[in-house]
Design a binder for this molecule. Structure first.
Ligand SMILES: *[C@@H]1O[C@H](CO)[C@@H](O)[C@H](O)[C@H]1NC(C)=O
Ligand SMILES: *[C@@H]1O[C@H](CO)[C@@H](O)[C@H](O)[C@H]1NC(C)=O
Ligand SMILES: *[C@@H]1O[C@H](CO)[C@@H](O)[C@H](O)[C@H]1NC(C)=O
Length: 439
């Protein structure tokens, strides 16, 4: 029936002179518009990629672009990404009073718990350096701008790219020897990265901070003491995990979804070998991957940054998609503003569980924490770290709280009042994001 409409236009009516004139004008306008759009995008993408020219194109939290370096030494030790490619990192040299200080930030990106999910990572930057950006922006705790990063701006900074799916803690012994082409070399990647950075000057560090976000925050818990042990005895070495305090909590149906997920990751990639051995000897190994267990035995001073309503945890631990078949939580799990009173009550219960899991660590004299009541995930490597729009507790940004703790300026253990009391939160909303909904 679509044909009728088309024919009504093209066949039944002869075009008069005025029609031709209108058509010519219309076509000219369309062509001009297309040219303008093409020109705009050429200029825009150039200015973003090359970071030259007009600052008006720069996003408000713009940082420096830092190139990717592939870890060539990984060839010798076989420290490969899931697909067999070389792992990589981004390095920015320190200067001035920061030139002997080092900050390492471990990238996050979840985990893979099955052959299928690891295989599908091989086609992304989380499983292969073939897909990694050739340069990334350093902002927040990685920023070189003292107004965005008052205490660490001039340190040597490294972003370790994550391409192993097991928080830098898997072991090749658990690889399949049957033609399944998946490399489980995460622990080797950690070791090769450390060797490379030690040779670049980390071995002479005076002050150092190991950080990471999400799965990189978990890697920070796992590797903190090893990091400390590889640096000079007289160096000040501390660790900071951002959004890495994953809870061993049941979901809304009472199922242990997260525990089962980690059990699969451990089993698939042989992660137990990288966990604290006395813990692994005492209880089911999977329990030993949870930060609330790890933190009991970490000897290095540690700081925990975590929102009490961590959006990743709400989406995947409290309300995994499979536990909400009716879709009662489909908006709330993606945006705290869309939760009803009953759901908010469940979220307050999650916050209580978070605080309970931190209660022992709260007594740790060398420890610090910033547990804000925002619905977010990974805050330190973005403008949330230190800017006029940062979430604050007691009027302090994360950067100020972490700086106070790192430099022993004052005790820094901040726990926010419950949602929605903090007006400085920028609560994430993933309900309009197709990508997030699909994950
Ligand atoms: C290799 O072994 C694993 C585990 O037994 C199995 O799931 C996988 O399908 C096998 N792959 C091939 C190519 O046979
Ligand atoms: C989750 O719990 C429900 C009810 O307790 C049960 O019927 C279901 O099989 C569980 N699902 C999984 C994936 O364990
Ligand atoms: C909060 O801190 C800023 C500086 O970071 C200061 O200018 C402001 O006065 C403080 N506000 C309150 C209410 O203390």
């Amino acid at each position: 029936m679509a044909n009728t409409g088309f024919c009504a236009f093209c066949c039944r009516r002869k075009w008069v002179k005025r029609d031709w004139a209108i058509a010519t004008v219309a076509i000219t306008v369309i062509i001009a518009a297309v040219i303008i759009v093409i020109l705009f995008f050429t200029v825009f993408s150039d200015s973003r990629n090359r970071k030259t020219s007009s600052p008006t194109f720069a996003p408000p939290s713009a940082g420096d672009f830092v190139p990717l370096t592939l870890l060539q030494s990984a060839k010798a030790t076989g420290a490969f990404c899931l697909d067999g490619s070389l792992p990589g990192y981004h390095f920015q040299k320190g200067f001035g009073s920061g030139s002997s200080n080092w900050l390492l930030h471990i990238e996050g990106g979840g985990w893979c718990n099955s052959i299928e999910s690891c295989n599908s990572r091989k086609g992304t930057s989380l499983g292969s350096s073939n897909y990694m950006e050739h340069q990334v922006q350093f902002s927040g705790i990685l920023s070189q701008d003292p107004s965005q990063n008052p205490d660490f701006y001039n340190w040597n900074k490294v972003k370790l790219r994550y391409c192993d799916g097991a928080s830098f803690a898997g072991h090749p012994e658990s690889e399949f020897k049957n033609g399944t082409e998946l490399f489980f070399r995460s622990q080797l990647i950690w070791e090769a990265m450390m060797n490379e950075l030690l040779s670049l000057g980390l071995s002479k560090a005076k002050e150092a901070l190991l950080t990471g976000c999400s799965a990189g925050g978990l890697a920070t818990f796992i590797h903190c003491d090893d990091f400390r042990d590889q640096l000079p005895k007289d160096a000040t070495v501390k660790c900071l995990a951002d959004a890495g305090y994953f809870l061993d909590e049941p979901d809304i149906l009472g199922n242990r979804t997260m525990l089962a997920f980690y059990r699969d990751v451990l089993q698939l990639q042989g992660v137990a070998k990288s966990l604290q051995q006395d813990c692994v000897g005492r209880m089911e190994p999977v329990k030993c991957i949870f930060p609330q267990e790890i933190i009991k035995n970490v000897k290095t001073p540690f700081f925990v940054v975590n929102p009490a309503y961590d959006s990743w945890q709400i989406e995947n631990i409290l309300v995994p998609i499979g536990s909400d078949p009716q879709g009662y939580w489909s908006s709330c799990r993606l945006s705290i503003k869309k939760c009803d009173a009953t759901q908010i009550k469940r979220l307050q219960g999650y916050r209580d569980a978070m605080l309970k899991a931190l209660s022992m660590f709260q007594r740790n004299e060398e420890g610090g924490m910033f547990i804000n009541s925002c619905f977010s995930h990974c805050q330190t490597s973005y403008s949330a770290w230190h800017s006029p729009n940062s979430p604050r507790i007691n009027n302090k940004t994360m950067a100020e709280s972490v700086g106070d703790w790192y430099f022993n300026r004052k005790e820094s253990k901040l726990i926010d009042c419950p949602y929605p009391c903090n007006p400085t939160c920028n609560n994430d909303d993933y309900t309009s994001s197709v990508l997030s909904a699909a994950v």
